[in-house]
Ligand binder design. Structure first.
Ligand SMILES: [Fe+2]
Length: 562
């Protein structure tokens, strides 16, 4: 039994036993603070409680990252909040004009014997406070934990594993060979040359939140006109040398250079140049790594792996045979990655069945009913055929909340904490945006589709993608029928639904009977700016606050009383 913990941006915990990922959850879902950075005490408690364990039952703990800045925040936890608030531009850096410089210099310092020792001491303090005793602890390297998530969950025996992110343990990326659990690092990208920080800068300069809104930059880039490479000044910012990336400027200088470009460019053009740069440099890095290693199956992780447009490009390289993106690619997935790595080092375990990410807590029928009863704002009834009822409402243009089973691990709702609407109705999409999600106009929604329909719908359907991590091109004839979930460039980021979620599948099958297309719009069930709901109380609160009239909570059909 191994407990993995991560106590930074999007903190969390996970427990693995043998070949099974038993439970995994992020702190934000429990504290209701988005991307919570605190010590993951609620996540640890939640994991133990779910399995009916006591802290003393845990014999091994895998933590992650021991670079200088992470260690400092462990010694002075109040700095952590401040650091991330600053990093995500939620507070103005009053106390130091030169804060940006300071910040990047600090985060670029890698781990050492001393930082590892201090980190371990303070992590133990946090665990001991929760009642942990007599356990072995190991701190797994940041990029090793990212690589482990991708490698162990890919289902591949041998693969090329890449990680690219902002920064962690002095690095912003790594190239590795995964061979039956053994991960050998063959190249490291220094934190000083970080493609992730480059994209954070772009996000920041566009007035958006770093580490949160990078997807918006990518979405906006679709609306720019294309320019030739020699007119894109950002392409010179990085040089890919073999399996490494070198930046032309320091992090701070890069920010200043980007600001100059922004002055002369409309925002969508600025976003496009950045996206194009990211895509081209990653393609080069992957291509060189594929050539160098001769490997054809690829897995990848790290925050930059959330860039689905770059993913689509890389997946289409003729050199790539099989392709896997770890669904919780950002730092929120580190607790699980660290646990997977420790499980291999200790027990040699490397084969996992990874066909779903329903790793979070779930609530019983009684707990649901306790929340529903005596609430004057709703009425509810038990419905054996709730799937058909939900499908009828969606097909009729209504928005329906779907709450059931174990919460998803990772940023995507995959049918257990989801808001569903018609894939073909622009009105439903606009309604959803106006009343509930409050997204910017250019940010697209994604579909969930019956797996067997995907080959028909997509031009380039070459794999089963259950986790919404890849873009596929929608065939012309389906774009009209899927107008609310197809991007302006004709791509969509689907969840392909196989047999892992019985109720969700039945809903899609019922939708198909009515509309001939087993597809719905699926977006995460949360209030704008808040994490995805966890408990029945959370979801009822969102229903009442957004005044959305319909919800399926397990088999309970819940309606708002006018
Ligand atoms: Fe990371």
């Amino acid at each position: 039994m191994i407990l993995g913990i991560w106590d930074g941006h999007d903190a969390g915990a996970a427990i693995i036993d043998g070949k099974e990922i038993k439970v995994a959850v992020n702190e934000e879902r429990l504290t209701r603070r988005k991307l919570d950075v605190g010590f993951p005490k609620e996540s640890i408690k939640c994991c133990l409680e779910y399995l009916g364990l006591k802290p003393s039952d845990v014999t091994d703990v895998a933590a992650c990252t021991s670079d200088f800045s992470k260690t400092i925040t462990r010694v002075f936890p109040s700095m952590k909040d401040k650091y991330y608030l600053l990093r995500r531009r939620k507070v103005y850096p009053k106390f130091a004009q030169n804060q940006k410089n300071f910040k990047y210099k600090l985060t670029e310092i890698g781990p050492s014997y001393l930082t590892r020792k201090v980190s371990k001491r303070f992590l133990r303090k946090g665990l001991n406070r929760l009642g942990f005793r007599n356990y072995k602890m190991k701190i797994i390297d940041h990029h090793m934990a990212h690589a482990a998530g991708a490698g162990f969950c890919s289902g591949f025996d041998k693969a090329l594993v890449l990680t690219v992110d902002g920064v962690g343990d002095g690095l912003s990326g790594s190239v590795n060979i995964f061979d039956k659990g053994r991960i050998d690092r063959i190249s490291s990208i220094s934190a000083k040359h970080s493609p992730g920080i480059f994209f954070e800068h772009v996000t920041n300069l566009m007035g958006m939140r770093e580490l949160e809104d990078e997807g918006k930059v990518m979405a906006l880039s679709d609306f720019a006109y294309k320019i030739p490479d020699n007119k894109n000044p950002m392409l010179n910012f990085f040089e890919v040398k073999g399996m490494n990336i070198k930046a032309k400027y320091s992090s701070v200088r890069m920010w200043k250079e980007l600001r100059k470009i922004l002055w002369k460019s409309p925002p969508e053009q600025f976003a496009w140049m950045a996206q194009e740069t990211m895509k081209k440099k990653l393609v080069e890095l992957f291509r060189n790594s594929l050539d160098e290693t001769g490997l054809r199956d690829v897995a990848w992780s790290g925050g930059v792996a959330s860039n689905i447009k770059a993913n689509m490009e890389i997946r289409h390289l003729p050199e790539v045979k099989k392709w896997f993106v770890f669904p919780h690619m950002g730092d929120g997935g580190l607790a699980l990655g660290a646990a997977l790595q420790m499980n291999f080092e200790k027990n040699g375990t490397w084969e996992y069945k990874f066909d779903n990410v329903y790793f979070g807590p779930e609530y019983s029928k009684e707990e649901m009913e306790n929340e529903l009863k005596d609430n004057p704002k709703i009425r509810y009834e038990y419905d054996k055929n709730i799937e058909k009822r939900v499908a009828d409402l969606i097909s009729g243009g209504k928005i329906v909340f779907l709450y059931q089973g174990r919460m998803e691990f990772g940023p995507r709702a995959l049918g257990n904490r989801s808001i569903l609407a018609s894939a073909s109705s622009v009105e439903s999409k606009n309604d959803l945006n106006l009343k509930i999600k409050k997204r910017v106009w250019y940010q697209p929604f994604c579909p969930s589709i019956l797996e067997e329909d995907c080959k028909n719908i997509f031009r380039d359907c070459d794999c089963i993608e259950r986790f919404m991590t890849m873009g596929f091109m929608v065939r012309e004839e389906f774009r009209e029928k899927m107008t609310s979930v197809t991007n302006v460039d004709g791509s969509a980021r689907p969840q392909m639904v196989t047999t892992e979620n019985d109720r969700y599948r039945k809903i899609l099958e019922s939708v198909k009977k009515k509309t001939e297309l087993g597809a719905v719009l699926n977006t995460s069930l949360n209030l704008h700016g808040y994490p995805i709901v966890n408990t029945p109380k959370d979801v009822l609160d969102v229903m009442i606050r957004t005044r959305n009239p319909y919800m399926a909570m397990g088999n309970y059909f819940v309606e708002l009383v006018e």
